[in-house]
Design a protein around this ligand. Structure first.
Ligand code: PMP
Length: 452
């Protein structure tokens, strides 16, 4: 893949200058950032105005599941714009109905009704509102080491340091520890022990909070941003059983893990668990137009059969976003993208990353599925001390910054979060591209090794 534009550093400088003057960036100290000016993108690559090309191992923010500029999705958006660019949510619109049907048919169990939002956080907000109204209860349980979005309740549910600044926004959120054997909160040494202790801990949390006060438990089927921790066998099924026993709604957040990322349409399928509510966004249309939503069980949907659902969004089920979703789902079927993601994980990324872990002292653990992988970087493989301290910034984060800089020098755009790098490319990344990414990671890990 070669860049389609000639290098034009002057144009890049102008884009950057306007950005720095007027764009207020997410999660950033505005005066300290230096965003790359992007000139174009296609498939698994993007390039800057200086002619540098990068293999995107981040899929944007883990959402371009079919890569950039897929011609069929671009054409579908263009066609829809010419036909009916927008229409308010109270009306039945062909492309909206079709997107809902295609999504409902692929979500597990009887999640047959789709409430559309503009992204993941709004999906989480609406899922918890539905759970609260359905149960008549208010409390919400969510996991430490999780990410659920940056709106008020979603950030409150999130279990990472970005919550700290605003975590009194929503009342009634209680955090618990979900299983993570490599850094076990329960001092377990086997998957079975971790699973049993995590379920007991959840039971205890519920008992002390009062089961009759808890509306919902929300979990990412496979937690993403917090480190791609695959739940041990039996954990999600155990949580499902606990929810059933206490009349608690189970919300599985598949905003990141859904739509092919783990080599299945939804990550919950790996564990044979059907939630009451499933949140999605990102991969539903590869983010070509903002779209998210909640897939709702028949039982919860019935709560709002005769009683209005008190929630809505001006752009719910936006025709351009739905056209992109319909086209994306067809592309995923026609090009067998979900199967491909599973295959690349099993044959290239999994073995390749494990091989890197054997050779590099800085790689403590490799974990993942499909095109959803994390390398847990450490100072010491024995003690598992993270390569940088939790929530490190500035000088304390220098080893991870050096790792990222070396990856970029080798043409790879890496996902970096705390002491981890995630290999989360497009689901349709080719074998050759995945191998190219592994080679660049190899070079970057050599830099990380210097800090062990
Ligand atoms: N839930 C999960 C699991 C996510 O990964 C994210 C985004 N990274 C969100 C919710 C929030 O989605 P959005 O940024 O579209 O609001």
């Amino acid at each position: 893949m070669t860049p389609h534009v000639e290098p034009d550093p002057q144009a890049g400088a102008a884009v950057k200058a306007a950005d720095r003057a007027h764009v207020f960036h997410s999660w950033s100290a505005q005066g300290l950032i230096d965003p790359l000016a992007v000139a174009g993108a296609e498939g698994s690559y993007f390039w800057d105005y200086d002619g540098n090309r990068y293999l995107d191992f981040t899929s944007g923010l883990v959402y371009t599941n079919i890569g950039y500029q897929h011609p069929k999705v671009v054409a579908a958006i263009q066609e829809q714009a010419g036909k009916l660019a927008t229409f308010a949510p109270a009306f039945a619109v062909d492309v909206r109905s079709e997107a809902a049907r295609l999504i409902a048919e692929r979500t597990p169990g009887d999640l047959n009704k789709i409430f559309f939002t503009n992204g993941g956080a709004e999906a989480v907000e609406n899922a918890v509102r539905m759970a609260r109204l359905h149960t008549g209860r208010t409390k919400l349980l969510s996991a430490y080491r999780s990410y659920h979005g940056a709106t008020s309740t979603a950030i409150n549910l999130t279990g990472d340091p970005r919550r700290w600044a605003s975590d009194t926004a929503s009342a009634g959120v209680v955090h618990f520890w979900a299983p993570f054997l490599y850094r076990s909160p329960f001092y377990a040494t086997t998957e079975a022990e971790e699973c049993a202790r995590a379920l007991q801990h959840l039971e205890d949390t519920i008992a002390f909070e009062g089961p009759q006060t808890i509306a919902a438990i929300i979990l990412e089927s496979v937690p993403g941003t917090a480190g791609i921790m695959i739940p041990p066998p039996g954990y999600l099924a155990g949580v499902r059983e606990i929810c059933d026993r206490y009349g608690i709604v189970l919300i599985l957040d598949e905003v990141m893990a859904g739509f092919g990322r783990t080599g299945r349409w939804f990550a919950a399928e790996h564990f044979d668990v059907v939630p009451d509510l499933l949140t999605f966004a990102k991969g539903v249309n590869s983010g070509y137009v903002p779209l998210g939503g909640v897939a709702i069980s028949e039982e919860i949907a019935a709560t709002f059969d005769k009683r209005p659902y008190p929630g809505g969004l001006t752009y719910s089920g936006h025709p351009l976003a739905c056209a992109a979703a319909v086209a994306t789902i067809h592309v995923m079927e026609d090009e067998k993208v979900v199967e491909h993601a599973a295959h690349i994980g099993e044959t290239v990324l999994g073995p390749g990353l494990r091989e890197l872990a054997e050779r590099h002292p800085s790689v403590g653990e490799v974990r993942g599925l499909g095109v959803f992988w994390a390398l847990d970087l450490v100072r010491n493989k024995e003690t598992r001390e993270p390569l940088v301290p939790y929530n490190a910034a500035g000088e304390a984060n220098a080893p991870m910054a050096a790792f990222a800089a070396e990856a970029k020098k080798n043409g790879l755009w890496p996902f970096v979060n705390m002491n981890r790098t995630h290999a989360v490319p497009a689901c349709n990344i080719s074998e050759a591209e995945a191998k190219e990414g592994l080679a660049a990671l190899d070079a970057a890990l050599t830099v990380a090794d210097r800090h062990t």
